[in-house]
Design a protein around this ligand. Structure first.
Ligand SMILES: Cc1cc2nc3c(=O)[nH]c(=O)nc-3n(C[C@H](O)[C@H](O)[C@H](O)COP(=O)(O)OP(=O)(O)OC[C@H]3O[C@@H](n4cnc5c(N)ncnc54)[C@H](O)[C@@H]3O)c2cc1C
Length: 396
């Protein structure tokens, strides 16, 4: 039975995380653009991480034997929202994308040697990771089956050639998970683990993008004759597409949790301004048009939270919840965009200015409607299921 109650120890943890984010992380946002390349300087991040570990709040999505907090997905759902109230919160507490999704993937599929080499230091926050699936056209984008990167058998090893881009974190990553088409499994794909400094991996550039600099960047990478072995394969030859789906379900949901945190904070910023700023004889919040914007944002955020909780509950029961996670990602990513847009509208010129962070959040959130499945692709997935359930006609 679905249960909305939150156990007292989780409520206590939420309060502790909230205090840490308010008192330690949000003040550090003043440094979020100090470094022209990374945005947040590494020294500031290291200090935040040390404090999070000291407070016993690091790696909330990982089990205790790896040094995490040992929470189930329904338990860490409200915690990731609170962490997400700051764009640097997830990095500070060891649950930012793509590391957090990669931790989950490795936790489920890595063998003992790979866990020791990659997963353990990743959960400790000693190293960073990147995930390379997307390629420039005509390669894999919205449609991963267009994957062009190849892994060719060569003796008892593999030679990998390809071109990736939008590989988040690759500017600082110590290892890369590479999705490549393998030639001895009937055209399937395989995930490989490689140290970033292996000969054959060339980080061409950090792709310039809207919003401020992101720590680790979003990189274009060339793979030129990268040599790997069978020991570097994650989860087995030919299992790439299945593993990517297994990674994306929970990773989409954790994105929704974190972005709900920023959207909630934007609603609070807008509400505060609307309560204090006067125009035409009353506070802005006294005008119905402003009230409706606040109400619509509150309603959409509430619906999003319920969708996230429902998906988390399904995943915890071991269900794939593909349709539900698509609905949730679609709803939450579009809600976040609308809530931020309304918050800027309510704050007027101040909202557009860089004096408060709304404009920066707005720019950063735009990509959420594209990565981990563009809204149109999620609508396609949802509609196919709807047509199957209720339609007489055949979906494509
Ligand atoms: C900030 C950011 C970080 C990212 N990080 C990573 C990462 O770490 N690793 C990684 O591998 N990838 C990453 N990506 C890539 C991301 O997953 C892709 O951008 C996404 O899958 C879309 O692929 P594409 O950009 O090639 O768009 P395309 O496939 O070229 O699609 C372009 C547009 O076409 C439309 N479209 C596509 N299919 C359909 C359809 N069936 N029906 C209607 N319209 C459709 C959508 O509007 C879509 O936005 C990142 C992207 C961004 C922006």
């Amino acid at each position: 039975m679905f249960d909305f109650s939150i156990a007292p120890e989780i409520q206590d943890l939420i309060q502790r995380v909230r205090r840490f984010v308010d008192e330690v992380v949000i003040p550090a946002e003043a440094h979020a653009f100090d470094d022209p390349v990374e945005g947040l300087p590494r020294t500031v991040l290291d200090d935040l991480r040390a404090q999070a570990k000291c407070a016993g709040l690091f790696a909330p999505t990982m089990p205790p034997e790896l040094g995490g907090l040992g929470l189930s997905i329904t338990e860490f759902t409200p915690i990731l929202e609170v962490v997400g109230r700051s764009l640097i919160g997830p990095m500070a507490l060891g649950c930012a994308a793509p590391d957090e999704g990669n931790m989950h993937l490795l936790h489920v599929y890595a063998n003992d040697t790979q866990r020791e080499r990659y997963l353990a230091p990743l959960v400790r926050g000693d190293i960073f990771s990147a995930f390379g699936m997307t390629e420039p056209a005509p390669g894999a984008g919205s449609d991963p089956s267009m994957l062009k990167t190849t892994a060719r058998r060569d003796g008892d090893g593999w030679v990998i050639d390809g071109h990736k881009w939008w590989t988040t974190n690759a500017g600082v990553a110590d290892f890369l998970i590479i999705m490549a088409r393998t030639d001895d499994d009937g055209g399937g794909a395989t995930l490989f683990l490689s140290p970033m400094d292996a000969p054959g991996i060339e980080v061409v550039r950090r792709v310039p993008h809207m919003g401020g600099p992101d720590f680790g960047g979003h990189c274009e990478i060339k793979l030129n004759g990268l040599r790997l072995t069978d020991d570097d394969i994650l989860g087995g030859v030919g299992r790439g597409f299945a593993l990517v789906q297994a990674r994306l379900g929970p990773a989409r949901l954790t994105h929704c949790m974190r972005w709900t945190g920023i959207a909630q904070r934007a609603l609070e910023v807008a509400t505060d301004y609307a309560s204090r700023r006067e125009a035409f004889g009353s506070a802005l919040g006294g005008h119905q048009a402003v009230q409706w914007m606040l109400a619509d944002s509150a309603v959409e955020l509430h619906a999003g939270r319920l969708m996230i909780q429902h998906c988390a509950w399904l995943l915890e029961k071991g269900e794939k919840a593909r349709q539900e996670t698509s609905m949730c990602k679609l709803h939450v990513s579009e809600t976040v965009g609308r809530v931020l847009d309304r918050a800027i509208q309510i704050c007027g010129g101040l909202g557009i200015s860089r004096d408060i962070p709304l404009s920066h959040w707005y720019e950063s959130a735009r990509a959420f409607r594209i990565y981990d499945g563009a809204s149109e692709v999620h609508r396609m997935v949802i509609a196919r299921q709807v047509l199957k359930q209720f339609g007489g006609a055949k979906a494509e």
